[in-house]
Design a protein around this ligand. Structure first.
Ligand SMILES: [Zn+2]
Length: 170
């Protein structure tokens, strides 16, 4: 059994080192769609893999990226200073903010959240199976659990700006 929850965010980035000049040399944005796929070996008491309401933490993390500049931590200092000087909502991430990078990042974060989730309603072994990130209407990247071996970063390497953290405190 597989279930899927869709999340959305509007984000800005530059993807350095990519082939397309438009993409690597210009700040631009996308209307991202993130699909999180979950599996289980057993249905809960409500005959569900898990209630979507239980994915609130994943929703909260993805919402941090909404109307944010997503900054690759390998950008040079001058550019980082500019971003932090003229923006309030910034998520600084340890992978390039390509659709592939986002898919790996959200997979790692979602996997960690789900693995820590308490079983409260007779759920089985609920697992993330993949995370799909659509950057445009025509293209997406999908990261599977096996791909986590490509994720040479820690969740603690993701940094949220004060404006985002303040919103979380509220
Ligand atoms: Zn782009």
């Amino acid at each position: 059994m597989i279930i899927r929850k869709l999340f959305k965010f509007e984000g800005a980035h530059i993807v350095r080192n990519c082939t397309s000049v438009r993409c690597r040399e210009n700040i631009h944005g996308h209307s991202y769609i993130v699909e999180v796929f979950l599996t289980s070996d057993k249905l809960d008491n409500g005959y569900m893999v898990t209630d979507f309401a239980r994915l609130a933490k994943i929703k909260q993390v993805i919402d941090a990226f909404d109307h944010s500049y997503i900054l690759w931590d390998q950008e040079d200092a001058e550019f980082k200073d500019f971003v932090y000087k003229y923006n309030k909502r910034i998520v600084e991430i340890p992978v390039s903010p390509s659709a592939e990078g986002f898919a790996l990042l959200f997979l790692k974060i979602s996997d960690s959240i789900i693995n820590k989730m308490e079983r409260v309603n007779g759920e089985g072994n609920v697992k993330i199976s993949s995370v799909r990130v659509h950057e445009t209407a025509t293209g997406y990247a999908e990261a599977f659990i096996d791909d986590l071996k490509m994720a040479d970063f820690e969740i603690s390497d993701v940094h949220y700006s004060d404006a985002i953290l303040e919103e979380w405190r509220d």
